[in-house]
Design a protein. Sequence first.
Length: 72
Amino acid sequence: MEEFIITVISDIAKKKKDNNKVPVHALDIEIQKEMHKRIKDKMREMWRDNKLIVGTTINHLTFYVNKTICNP
């Protein structure tokens, strides 16, 4: 988890530096948005690989680990 956080913060700062934006630091909201995007992208990939089973409730999505493929 620590490595993930450092990578996200570093990537945000690098993107700002590459685009000549200052200051070159990551705001908490930028970190949260980027983490959310990366986690969601990974979950989509896991769903496509049948590692996750996705269902729905009235207001939300539900997730289960597909135990026939993964042993958590």
